[in-house]
Design a protein around this ligand. Sequence first.
Ligand SMILES: [Zn+2]
Ligand SMILES: [Zn+2]
Length: 448
Amino acid sequence: MSAISSLSWRTGAGAGLVLRGAEVVDPRAGIRGFHDVVISDGEIAELAGAGSVDAGELESIDAEGLLALPAFFDPHVHMRAPGHEHKEDLETGTRAAAAGGYCGVLAMPNTDPPVDWAAAVQALRRRAEREASVPTGFMAAITRAMAGEELTEMAELREAGVVAFTDDGRPVPSARVLRRALQYQKLVGGVLALHEEDPDLSGDGVMHEGSVSAAVGLAGIPAVSESTAIARDAALAAYEDARIHVLHLSARQSVEAVAAAKQAGVRVTAEVTPHHLVLTDEAVRSLDARFKMNPPLRSEDDRLALIDALRSGVIDCVATDHAPHSSEDKEVPFEEAAMGVTGLETAFPVLFTELVEPGVIELELLVERMTAGAAVFDFDPPTLAPGSEANVALFDPTAEWKAGAEGWESRSENSCFAGRRLRGRVLMTVVAGQVAYRQRSFAMGVAA
Ligand SMILES: [Zn+2]
Ligand SMILES: [Zn+2]
């Protein structure tokens, strides 16, 4: 395991802070209680009794009524650089991440051109050192140009610092090609992160295949397009004893396929997005392209299966699949619109509002799953245990706000939660002891 701050980012001067009287919730370390959280030299120096610390040189922040959580880790974001900087780049994308309470993200390689050779990775890492306010790791493509045919130079890419391999946006259609990639994964390490879809079954589908697609007359993508691909790849991973991570699970059958693979001892992990946990294909009746993504929003039964799987651990972590698009790509008829939604700035507040507040899942469980993506990709998960790297999200559980009403940190606005009333808001994000984000109103209210 390595520290999250070993990823590429613009490191700077660490802050000295005391978060006074915060309710510290860190399920991994078994901590829940009220403390003065002392941050210095990039670390959690101390969890002292609430109100007991004399701040001295350190900046004192009134955190009474606020939750201090381990900051989150998102293993699946599209930063759009290089090539589509009009949608997002490392600066705006990591600003969005910091605003969402994240201390680390992994960027997908389906850029223009795709990240499929070592020099491209090195250039991105240098760029992140100038532009990224949150540690950023890079995945490289499994196949050249993500064409699904010829493998990339995986050993060389690992040496250049890639965390994992994926052709995300597309599946690897050939079982023979994927099998070779799994053999290399065993040799060079990392993980194969798989966008699971059978292109023949998906066809020209633009939404979930079910009663809603029939009612609105749009071509559907059946759930088995995903689950049959997972079953094939889990069998291949078992045969090669290699590691796979299943991206953005969307359907009950997919949960069952991952559960069966885990039961059989396959080295498989899985993630789910906030939108698949909260929304269903009913939202697509509006024909609003903000509800168009791949995999598509599915049925209520699928959504409930995803929540159960998050609870049971069949799904290891939450990932946003943050996929910025310009309005030209989205403000067109549903069939023609680009697939994908942004998600970094709303993930935790949405899940807090829709799942924790109504008592569907526990706060501790959500915090665990919002940080567990780090461990899936071999990084030390964020924790608030004294002596650890200071990665903290300070969250106001009573704040009410309307998503997007004050604009976005992301360069794109294609959020499927825009305009939704949310309860709970990230006020401040500390990354390796540095303040990466302060919410505007909060920044003005704090005294030094
Ligand atoms: Zn995907
Ligand atoms: Zn994606």
